[in-house]
Design a protein around this ligand. Structure first.
Ligand code: FES
Length: 230
């Protein structure tokens, strides 16, 4: 006997075709981290002697993430991490996993933590629906902001890595960050990118650079140009 599946859409119970919703199923690891998030900040005293703080928002969905890190200064390692978020279940699971990754085995070197990519977190979670990748970017960005905060507080200005936005389409003021967000929201071809952002509609000279950036972000977040995992 086949089970019937329902989802809530705008408060209305809608029947869905299970065969077409496989991409939306979450792995057991995602669910486990969602129900028992690791290193979640429950009491503000837990971060009394922490060394770096980052607070970021996602332009893709308007959610927010705060992260605190404690550093073993002698060994340049992150030895503790706490976080809080107003993000969704995928953001909770992926940040929980990220926090485990950076403090397990005695802590990760700061330089190695800066090399973690969202797809590394997704790999440890044993998959995340492609449309939810931007949720894993939220924790990653908060970690980078917390590390930069630590560098600032300890006057290691040469190690600060700021990610600024560059205008690509001068007519509509569309930046590389807008392209990044569009990719994280599911754009996989230039046509899809243009539909979401209107890039190149007025300023056609920016199209080659926009295509390059599309390719760059597809590889960065999905490991492949066509956006498919594996
Ligand atoms: S963090 Fe906003 S939808 Fe997941």
């Amino acid at each position: 006997m086949s089970e019937e599946l329902y989802v809530l859409h705008k408060d209305v119970r809608v029947k869905v075709d299970a065969k077409k919703t496989n991409d939306w199923f979450y792995s057991d690891t995602v669910k486990e981290h969602f129900f028992s998030p690791r290193n979640f900040l429950r009491d503000k005293h837990e971060i009394d002697d922490f060394d770096g703080y980052g607070d970021v928002g996602s332009a893709a969905c308007g959610d927010r993430m705060s992260m605190w890190i404690k550093i073993d200064k002698k060994n340049d390692k992150i030895i503790d991490c706490k976080w809080q978020t107003f993000g969704c279940g995928s953001a909770i699971s992926s940040t929980s996993m990220l926090s485990v990754m950076i403090i397990e085995n005695g802590g990760m070197k700061i330089d190695d933590a800066l090399k973690i990519k969202p797809q590394d977190i997704v790999k440890r979670l044993e998959e995340l629906p492609a449309r939810k990748y931007h949720c894993s970017v939220l924790g990653d960005k908060a970690l980078r902001a917390a590390i930069n905060d630590y560098f600032r507080k300890t006057k290691q200005y040469n190690r600060i890595v700021e990610e600024g936005a560059k205008v690509i389409d001068t007519a509509l003021k569309i930046t590389d960050k807008d392209i990044e967000e569009a990719v994280l929201e599911g754009a996989t071809t230039f046509e899809e990118l243009q539909k979401k952002t209107k890039i190149g509609v007025k300023d056609k000279s920016c199209i080659p650079e926009a295509k390059q950036l599309l390719k760059f972000y597809m590889e960065k977040y999905f490991g492949k140009e066509d956006g498919k995992n594996g």
